[in-house]
Write a protein that binds this ligand. Structure first.
Ligand code: FAD
Length: 496
């Protein structure tokens, strides 16, 4: 262990992860630390990562970020969920919206009431009982006082990094331009002593944060931490991304359209649309993917399509010696549920909570790594669910996904839901009951039973209970304006 007081923090890499870490650490701990960030204009950022989830509010609150300012600066739009098209089967679509489903009672979740209602033929689509779901379909949005923050954003990743850079520099984070050519390890401890740049400059530090993207220059190339490969359960290993000019009004949700050997994303910003195809190279070549993507986009191309290669999985340790990996350097699950930026922010907050101000101790490292591991395992299961639980048999890729072995933890959740309609969220898990229910039902599981407590209600009472909730959802959403109109008044960017 290196029990020196940590004074100098060096962040390597200035993509989304690097500037998120720099902004948070300099604003919240900067008074006691000397923080620098190294990035190279010669090495571009990965340039994707534009859909977020509602937890980003927590990060923005910590940093005191004003929503309107941030949205105008990043051409952002609002996001209430993800529309999954062709995932269960071709032309079988569903929405995974943020928000909460109906009203629970102490013994059983709302889905049990809905399931009995379904048997009695007195319910409509499960999404009709979630305001955010209905608002997606109707293209409505509002930010209201005392409203739950069940929404997220679509943002321009490059502009977001610039926005965060301003915050970091305002709080004395020093940006160092230069290409990292060497990471210098201490002969005795194996800890990182310093980083050498192409200019010959040597940057010393006590704690290093690796935000160098897939390269993992510090955590992997220097410290050889190792990687847990998940391609046996998450087989997509490539993406192709391109931006187009906006052709219509931005919808308040991300579109995820399953294709023959992967899926396509559409992320609407105020001024443009981010498009991409995630695919599995075992079943589709880069050229085929490019052709497929270009045949399925709308609007004028704003840049050349770019291929990105990756391996799904996670670093064996996210904190190793005096190096913490944050961002793609720490691993990559899949962009399907937009969890990347969330994981970066969680790692930053976790690091601040366990900040080794008085020296680096193994207990802190182990706690950090254990918390991270259980968090990503839960997210991993949720993502695998979308691929595995499909009725598609139309291509070798989907046949593979249907038949691949899945983690026992996921099998347990699916079996339990199928048998009894029960869903549970452990306190540290990201995805809650409403998420699991929407995706499991959307992908084709309809539970065999409902909880017996529902039978305490007579049929008329049950109908009234369900109708009241549904009508409440309609009344709430009817008062929300059109999403695009709301943006124009609330946070219009100069680019629109
Ligand atoms: P990068 O953007 O790659 O940044 C790396 C930085 O390191 C750069 O500044 C670079 O200059 C620097 N660097 C590298 N080598 C050197 C060197 N030798 N010297 C100096 N500097 C160096 N996440 C979401 O939350 N939502 C999404 O919708 C989403 N979609 C994604 C889609 C795809 C296809 C992929 C691959 C990822 C997606 N992610 C998403 C994950 C993630 O949010 C983004 O990829 C993220 O923007 C990448 O962040 P990063 O900062 O880790 O890496």
């Amino acid at each position: 262990m290196k029990n020196n007081v940590v004074k100098k923090v060096v962040i390597a890499g200035g993509g989304t992860a690097g500037w998120m870490a720099a902004a948070a650490l300099s604003k919240l701990l900067g008074k006691n630390l000397q923080i620098s960030l190294i990035e190279s204009d010669e090495i571009p950022t990965v340039g994707v990562g534009e859909a977020t989830i509602p937890t980003l509010h927590i990060f923005h609150k910590l940093l005191g970020i004003n929503e309107q300012e941030f949205m105008a600066a990043t051409n952002a739009t609002f996001k209430l969920g993800i529309a999954f098209e062709n995932w269960r089967d071709i032309k079988k679509d569903y929405i995974h919206s943020f928000g909460f489903l109906g009203h629970d009672c102490w013994a059983a979740g709302f889905q049990h009431f809905w399931l009995k209602g379904k048997q009695r033929n007195i319910v409509s689509d499960i999404g009709d009982y979630i305001p955010e779901h209905l608002a997606c379909r109707e293209g409505r949005f509002a930010v209201l006082a005392n409203q739950d923050k069940n929404y997220a954003y679509h943002l321009d990743a490059g502009l977001y990094a610039k926005f965060l850079r301003k915050i970091a520099e305002r709080h004395n984070c020093q940006r160092i331009e230069g290409k990292i050519v060497n990471v210098n390890l201490n002969h005795d401890s194996g800890f990182i002593d310093s980083i050498t740049l192409a200019s010959g400059q040597v940057v010393e530090g006590d704690l290093f944060i690796d935000c160098t993207g897939f390269r993992g220059l510090l955590i992997e190339q220097a410290l050889h931490t190792g990687y847990e490969d998940w391609s046996h359960v998450l087989p997509c290993d490539s993406a192709i991304a391109v931006q187009t000019k906006t052709t219509g009004k931005p919808v308040p949700y991300t579109r995820s359209i399953a294709r023959e050997s992967g899926w396509q994303w559409r992320i609407p910003l105020q001024n443009r649309t981010g498009n991409g195809l995630v695919f599995c190279s075992q079943y589709m070549s880069d050229e085929e993917a490019k052709k497929l993507l270009l045949a399925n986009i709308e609007g004028e191309l704003l840049n050349e399509p770019r291929v990105i290669k990756y391996k799904t999985g996670t670093r064996r340790k996210h904190w190793n010696k005096n190096c913490v990996a944050i961002g793609l350097s720490s691993g990559f699950i899949e962009p399907l549920e937009s969890t990347g930026i969330h994981l970066f922010q969680k790692a930053i907050i976790r690091l601040m909570q366990l900040f080794p101000a008085n020296g680096i101790y193994q207990n802190d490292i182990d706690e950090f790594n254990n918390q991270t591991k259980s968090e990503i395992d839960n997210i991993k299961d949720f993502i695998i669910l979308h691929y595995h639980l499909t009725e598609r048999k139309d291509s070798p890729f989907w046949r593979h996904c249907r038949s691949m072995p899945i983690p026992a933890t996921l099998q347990h959740r699916m079996d339990m839901f199928r048998q009894s309609g029960a869903v549970f969220k452990k306190s540290e898990e990201l995805f809650g009951e409403t998420s699991w229910i929407q995706v499991m039902m959307g992908q084709g599981i309809m539970p065999k039973q409902y909880h017996p407590i529902v039978d305490l209600m007579g049929d008329d009472e049950l109908k009234q209970f369900l109708d009241n909730i549904k009508n409440g959802v309609i009344r709430k959403v009817q008062n929300w304006p059109d999403h695009n109109d709301f943006i124009k008044h609330h946070c219009k960017s100069a680019a629109q």
